[in-house]
Ligand binder design. Structure first.
Ligand code: FMN
Length: 337
């Protein structure tokens, strides 16, 4: 048992442990969150959802992004937007959908998002950031957290200032901190020393994201930063076993059979998520390489780059779920090293 296995409270929501699933745009839907939960995640955060899309009644935003599975909780739904009135409305819809918390995206570096004043653009306007967070809390009645970065470009500390304001004004239950500047996107070394400073200076729980690709790293980052919890992101793509490993519930890699079983589970869930089988098959194309990567880890001699590319090419052509199942089913399973 480590500190990572201890339960804690985030804005009054009981969280079983300190290993959480980070928000992942275009990925973190209900079945990816349910998968993380099945492997031990204490809390999962949804992919980012447009507050405008919700408030303007966009059906697809409502039906696909606010869909929650009864067994997945606790769940935080992440919203983005920079208009407090719209945020208030969208946040009420999130509460209505049954989410336990709301997370606000103030870290996204993508131009399309920042052009609207949302994402990391909010780091330049601490007052607006506070107003948006307050509107989300008032509109939903749920605890609100904010995920942000240290600033836009290296050296800046606007994000730290925003985090301090949000905490000092009592509008947030916690902060999720990704210690890379927005201009770095997802590259470069996260600044865990800065993260530790933020953890020490705020009197709300701080969750850390960034560079958490192994159990050793996860434990080290908890130690360095003294954070309340960590958020797994790229390390967990097609790799729910990382939750078990970080939690000390599994040693080593999954077997080839386990990988295939899980991969087929994902394919089955996607058929429930999308109305059309073809859309599900297209959507899953980005998932396939992640599962193939597991085979490379288990048996690198058989699963060379060339062999993996060959299988992936077949998968990238699939336009039905049965076609995807057939390719996965035909893979000769790797032998554990
Ligand atoms: C494909 C992808 C999608 C992401 N989508 C979101 C998002 O919707 N909201 C958000 O706050 N962060 C998002 N992030 C950032 C991650 O939550 C995380 O902070 C980042 O990947 C750093 O963690 P890592 O180095 O362990 O991957 C995304 C990252 C990736 C790679």
């Amino acid at each position: 048992m480590s500190v990572l296995n201890e339960s804690w409270s985030l804005g009054g929501v009981e969280v079983e442990n300190r290993v959480l699933l980070a928000p992942l745009a275009g990925i973190g839907n209900w079945f990816v969150r349910l998968q993380a939960k099945r492997y031990g995640a204490g809390l999962t955060v949804s992919e980012m959802v447009s507050s405008h899309g919700l408030a303007y009644g966009d059906k697809r935003t409502r039906n696909e992004f606010l869909r929650l599975h009864p067994d997945e909780g606790p769940t935080s739904v992440q919203l983005f937007g920079a208009d407090p009135a719209i945020m208030r409305e969208a946040a009420a819809m999130v509460a209505e959908a049954g989410a336990d918390l709301i997370d606000l995206n103030m870290g996204c570096p993508v131009k399309k998002v920042c052009r609207t004043g949302a994402g990391s653009a909010l780091l330049k306007d601490p007052q607006l950031a506070v107003d948006v967070a307050r509107a989300a809390a008032e509109g939903s009645g749920l605890p609100v957290t904010v995920k942000l970065r240290p600033g836009i470009t290296p050296g800046e500390r606007t994000g730290v200032v925003v985090a301090e304001r949000l905490a000092a004004e009592g509008v947030v239950a916690g902060i999720a901190f990704h210690p890379r500047h927005a201009s770095q996107q997802h590259k470069g070394l996260p600044d865990y020393e800065l993260a530790r400073e933020v953890v020490e200076s705020l009197d709300v729980p701080v969750m850390i994201s960034g560079g958490l690709l192994s159990e050793e790293k996860a434990r080290r980052v908890m130690e360095i930063t003294g954070a309340e919890a960590i958020l797994l992101a790229r390390g967990a793509l097609g790799n729910p076993w990382l939750f078990e490993r970080v939690l000390g519930e599994r040693e080593g890699l999954p077997t080839g059979e386990e990988v295939v079983t899980e991969w087929l589970w994902v394919i089955d869930q996607s058929s429930d998520h999308f109305e059309s089988d073809e859309r599900a098959a297209r959507y899953l194309r980005k998932f396939h390489p992640w599962y193939l990567d597991r085979f490379k880890e288990i048996d690198p001699e058989t699963f060379t780059r060339a062999r993996l590319n060959e299988i992936n090419q077949d998968l990238q052509k699939t336009d039905s779920l049965d076609a995807a199942r057939a390719v996965v089913g035909a893979i000769k399973l790797p032998q554990a090293a």
